[in-house]
Design a protein around this ligand. Sequence first.
Ligand code: CA
Length: 252
Amino acid sequence: MYACRQRDKGNLPASDALRRPGSVRRDIVKVLVIEDEKKIASFVRKGLEAEGFVVELCYRGDEGYTLATTRPYDVLVLDIMLPGRDGLSILRNLRDRKMPLPVILLTARNELNERLEGLNLGADDYLAKPFFIEELIARIHAVTRRASGAVQSILSVSDLTVNLLTREVKRGGVAIDLTPREFSLLEHLLRSPGRVLTRVQICEQVWNYDFDPGTNLVDVYIQRLRKKVDADAAVKLIETIRGVGYRIKPQS
Ligand code: CA
């Protein structure tokens, strides 16, 4: 039958989990995933662990609710249709108990009403299946950042620094003026140096749009960002990965 499983903490890639080069140093993020579709659960676990998160999986709603209310997690990834107890009922009870645990709902394509109800009940975000693991990782970073009040706030690669609190951007110590959208684009790229973001992901994360393949919006903004961030620098940090998307050059 279904069972909740906890990963053996001894297997954690500790150095990786504690610090990722170029990103904000933060405590290890503990994620509870309640999802009864084992393929999805396993795909999510693998992806999140590769990101350095500690992941606990649970296949049943009732057991998941007990875990969520008795153990410390930084974020809950919650399916809606579950054996034992459904996701919305879990969310409702967490919020009734004033538990501030950030919740990201996983919804099926046809669950529009459930999605809206979930947001009304106090879900922090949702992701419609099927999704790319990078989207879930970005949302987890976003909700845990909100939850922690963004006290640790400097992203940097090479001589480029971005202060998320003061919104100051500097390259080689020289201040750079960015529009809010340019700032958001740079922030998303800088969150995972070396990882390629597709135009689809950038559109969703920076503009909250569904990607329109006919638009060159992302490319236009990348060009603007390059002029401001890279043009005068010897090392170009914003890289184009042909046919895929863009990334920040990883720290060597
Ligand atoms: Ca399900």
